[in-house]
Structures are given as structure tokens and as C-alpha cells.
Design a protein around this ligand. Structure first.
Ligand SMILES: Nc1ncnc2c1ncn2[C@@H]1O[C@H](COP(=O)(O)OP(=O)(O)OP(=O)(O)O)[C@@H](O)[C@H]1O
Ligand SMILES: [Mg+2]
Length: 285
């Protein structure tokens, strides 16, 4: 096909040899199948901010790091330079997230870099070399749903271990190849430690995925992965080796309340005894 204008610089630089066909046109990006040498890859061309319709940009951008202070100031001012920088941060956020997640063992498309607003990455395919379907487009039995759900919960835990929350996880942003679920679409990934909405977003991601798999295995609705994962994060106990149980011991929390109540009761009794002793002493006098 004719090379889309935004991919031309990558062709000129030899990163892409040929654009084979459009794959998908989403809210934030147009995705193409491209050839680089003998490799078939995927090119995600980001739309410009004014053409995107991402509603919650503010929620996501809170706490996003901008290392250079001139940049940070320009972004705050919203100058033309600032807007350009804001775009770069947005676009680099996805490639950064892909590298960080791949490093901790989350299955994501292998990234090859982001150039001029075009993310070049592995094309996820099924066993017949067709583009892998989205989770939303596959059906499965209960056993498969439980297995894949556990894998996705493990990935959500690993993402948080890497400091990130997907923030837009759903059956539309998970592909399924012959090995299982692959997480995609990460430009809005949030920095867990710096964002006040982190717990809420993590819970939303977990709930979206659990509700989806629960249509095949309703027992999944009884799991409590979000609470379990968040408690591990807060306690600084996340690690790639952790095996999640899907349960969360609220009893332990209640026990804490109980012990506080017991302490209060003991203090009151002690005070009662003290007053009693004073009264006795006064009566004796
Ligand atoms: N690496 C990949 N391999 C195969 N297919 C992909 C890959 N990346 C994206 N796609 C396909 O392109 C679609 C859009 O990609 P993505 O979700 O990253 O962009 P988006 O603009 O956020 O889309 P949407 O608004 O629909 O969420 C995906 O749903 C998927 O079908
Ligand atoms: Mg998407």
C-alpha cells in the first residue's frame, strides 16, 4: 500500500521497508502491519492530541514524571513548546511501559522503539500467523477462563511490582495468542507511587478483567485480587515469585480493630480501678 505520511520518516531511516496494510483505527492511534527486512511488525501511529478522544487524560497524567525542568515548566504553561512536549511524554509513555513490563515478565509485544510518534513493535499472531484476536473476540470454557484469569492477575501484580498500573485494562486491550493473554495499549499507564488514584485504577483494572472472565467461570466473582495485590504493594512485599491466592484476610484487619478495642477497655478498667482506690483512700481518711 501507499506509505502513510507519518510512517515515511521510518522508511527513510530504514526502520520500515514496506507498509503492508492497515490493521485497526482506534480512538488514539492508527495501527498498521509493516515489514522490516524479513520481519512482519506492527506500527502504531498516535493521533495528535486534538484528534484523540481520551476522556480521562488528567486522571492518568497525575504524577507522570518529566525529568527536565524546562520541559516541566513549559508543559505547565501550556505553550506551543509545552504541547509538543506533552505529546512526546504521552507517546514515550507507552514504549517506556513496554520495556519495563517486558523486563519483569509481563507478556507484551516486544518494543523496537518509538520514532516521530510511531511505535514499532512485535505483531502478535496466532499459530496460523494471523493477527491474534482480542480477548473480546474469543470464547472459552470455565477451566480456560480460570487459568487465563490467574495469568492476567499475575501480570497485574508484576506491573505494580514494576511501578505501573495499566489504567485501561479490558477485554479490548488484551490479545490472545497460542501461549495465552498478551497485554497491549499502554500510553496511559500510570506511575503507581505518584498517583492518588492508583488504588482505584488498579481495582478497576482487576474488576474489568474478573467480570469479563466470570462470564465463563462465575466463581471468579468471589476472588479479591485487587485487595490482595494492593496490600502486598503497600507492605512493600511484591515480588515476581509471589503466588497470589485471590483471597484477602479481612479478619486480620478486624483483629487489629479488636486489639485496639481491648486496649481501650483495659485503659478504662485501669482508670476505674484508680478512681476506686482514691475513693477508698478518702473513705479511710
Ligand atoms: N502488537 C500488536 N499485535 C497485534 N495487534 C495489535 C497490536 N497492537 C495493537 N493491535 C491491534 O490494534 C488495535 C488497537 O491498538 P491499541 O489498543 O493499542 O490502540 P488504541 O488506539 O488505543 O485502540 P482503542 O481505542 O481501540 O483501544 C488493538 O485492539 C489490536 O486489535
Ligand atoms: Mg486499545
Amino acid at each position: 500500500m501507499k506509505t502513510p505520511i507519518r510512517i515515511l520518516p521510518l522508511v527513510e531511516d530504514g526502520l520500515v521497508d514496506e507498509v503492508l496494510r492497515p490493521l485497526m483505527s482506534g480512538k488514539e492511534a492508527d495501527v498498521f502491519v509493516v515489514r522490516s527486512g524479513t520481519e512482519i511488525r506492527c506500527a502504531k501511529v498516535y493521533k495528535e492530541a486534538n484528534k484523540r478522544s481520551f476522556k480521562k487524560a488528567v486522571e492518568y497524567q497525575e504524577g507522570r514524571k518529566v525529568r527536565n525542568s524546562r520541559r516541566a515548566r513549559a508543559m505547565e504553561k501550556g505553550s506551543k513548546f509545552g504541547r509538543k512536549e506533552q505529546e512526546d511524554v504521552w507517546q514515550n509513555a507507552e514504549v517506556d511501559a513496554l520495556y519495563r513490563l517486558a523486563a519483569v515478565g509481563v507478556r507484551v509485544p516486544e518494543p523496537y522503539g518509538c520514532f516521530d510518534g510511531v511505535l514499532l513493535m512485535e505483531l502478535i499472531t496466532d499459530e496460523d500467523d494471523h493477527v491474534a484476536p482480542r480477548l473480546n473476540d474469543v470464547s472459552m470454557d470455565a477451566e480456560q477462563a480460570r487459568e487465563d484469569h490467574a495469568v492476567v492477575m499475575h501480570y497485574i501484580m508484576l506491573m505494580l511490582y514494576a511501578g505501573l498500573i495499566h489504567g485501561d485494562l479490558s477485554e479490548f486491550n488484551v490479545l490472545v495468542d497460542s501461549y495465552g493473554p498478551v497485554i497491549i495499549d499502554l500510553p496511559q499507564a500510570v506511575d503507581a507511587a505518584a498517583n492518588n488514584n492508583a488504588k482505584r485504577m488498579l481495582t478497576r483494572d482487576v474488576d474489568n478483567m474478573t467480570n469479563y472472565y466470570a462470564q465463563y467461570a462465575p466463581d471468579l466473582l468471589n476472588t479479591q485480587y485487587a485487595k490482595e495485590i494492593w496490600a502486598l504493594f503497600e507492605a512493600g512485599e511484591l515480588s515476581p515469585e509471589i503466588e497470589l491466592s485471590g483471597t484477602f484476610d479481612e479478619v486480620e484487619q478486624d483483629a487489629d480493630v479488636d486489639s485496639v478495642m481491648q486496649e481501650i477497655k483495659a485503659a478504662m478498667e485501669e482508670e476505674q480501678n484508680r478512681l476506686e482506690r482514691i475513693r477508698e483512700a478518702q473513705e479511710e481518711a
